[in-house]
Design a protein around this ligand. Structure first.
Ligand SMILES: CSC[C@H]1O[C@H](OP(=O)(O)O)[C@H](O)[C@@H]1O
Length: 344
């Protein structure tokens, strides 16, 4: 089943509605910047790389039909970049992509509005195409750390649905299948939004990849039963010292992996590394609505009035991470010196 998370079709952005999966495969056209903002905020599109690519197209859409001078278009774009930056706070790819779009405008010195608009669309398409290459390269590097027949646990969805193809944490699973290797994937369901159940098990099953869905509280047991030889997760922001923000529950999985002596790998596109953020304590952690916890499937599972704490991400300290794997290579025992070297 070919699923296009994000597609630029002629003159509009088409997004796969990830809130409807796995029961319905449906697509939504994005023709205004407000629709793009809402799609990111409501998680119609989610996953750090996918958010970045979507925001880049959103920046173009914001001035796609603008009528006025280039200077006025630049002013409008700046306003809309700031607006898109409020859609979600944790995945740094959002801000990285918006900054790239802003740079195109800053460097544009012409007076031709159509050329200005074309430059912006072209940058969004470049960011989109780069994402596909980045993910495949991450998969190639991760595959060197795995052996045929191994069990690999993943948390949340850092899959093709969180990116524009292959995924980051799931990239080695797709490449292994291409190469005739077989990996056994254990996908945590990942409460409270169930990205592992609704998205990871869905995409891997339909790709013919051996995937077993487990509840979050089964991770310790499958590790204790030697079913897992590696853990691979995605990330939303890596701090300069190697601390990693990822979906809530990742920290617990990392602690379990350390306890059982299982390598814990973080699949990391370099745009997700934020050297301006010194440590994990500086990463803004999104808190989402109490209803995501109270009503996971529409029915209350607890008293509606009860207090709820719903941080969407947690931070795994660098010392629990065996390696951060980027499209440029493998960073064993990550630290600031090694992360900064990636950009030299
Ligand atoms: C490669 S996707 C990174 C990351 O994004 C997901 O969060 P969300 O579904 O809330 O956007 C999850 O943390 C993934 O690991």
């Amino acid at each position: 089943m070919e699923l296009n998370t994000i597609e630029w079709k002629g003159n509009k952005l088409v997004l796969l509605d990830q809130t409807a999966l796995p029961n319905k495969v449906s697509y939504i056209d994005m023709t205004t910047v407000e629709e793009v903002w809402q799609a990111i905020h409501s998680m119609i599109v989610r996953g750090a790389p996918a958010i970045g690519v979507t925001a880049a197209y959103g920046a173009y859409i914001a001035v796609q039909y603008f009528d006025g001078s280039v200077e006025e278009a630049k002013y409008e774009l700046k306003k809309q970049l700031d607006y898109l930056a409020t859609s979600r706070p944790t995945a740094v790819n959002l801000f990285w992509a918006l900054e790239r779009m802003g740079k195109v405008a800053e460097l544009f010195s012409g007076n031709d509005l159509v050329e200005f608009q074309e430059r912006l669309l072209n940058e969004a398409i470049v960011i989109h195409m780069e994402d596909i290459k980045i993910n495949r390269n991450i998969g190639e590097h991760l595959l060197t750390l795995l052996e045929d027949g191994q069990g690999v646990l993943t948390h949340c969805n850092a899959g093709a649905l969180a990116t524009t193809k292959y995924g980051t944490a799931t990239s080695p699973f797709y490449l292994a299948k291409e190469k005739g290797m077989s990996l056994k994937v254990f996908a945590d369901e990942t409460r409270p939004r169930f990205q592992g159940a609704m998205l990871t098990s869905f995409e891997l099953y339909h790709a013919g990849i051996d995937v077993t869905l487990i509840t979050d509280n089964m991770a310790a047991t499958v590790m204790s039963q030697n079913k897992v030889q590696a853990v691979i997760v995605g990330c939303d922001r890596v701090a300069a010292n190697g601390d990693v923000a990822n979906k809530i529950g990742t920290l617990g999985v990392a602690i379990l992996a350390k306890h059982y002596g299982i390598p814990f790998y973080v699949a990391t596109p370099t745009p997700t590394i934020d050297l301006n953020c010194a440590t994990g304590t500086g990463i803004p952690i999104e808190e989402r609505s109490k209803d995501e916890v109270l009503k996971p499937t529409g029915q209350y599972i607890a008293p509606p009035e009860v207090k709820v704490y719903n941080p969407a991400f947690d931070v795994t300290p660098a010392h629990l991470i065996t390696a951060i794997v980027t499209e440029k290579g493998i960073i064993h025992s990550p630290n600031e010196e090694k992360l900064r070297a990636v950009f030299k």
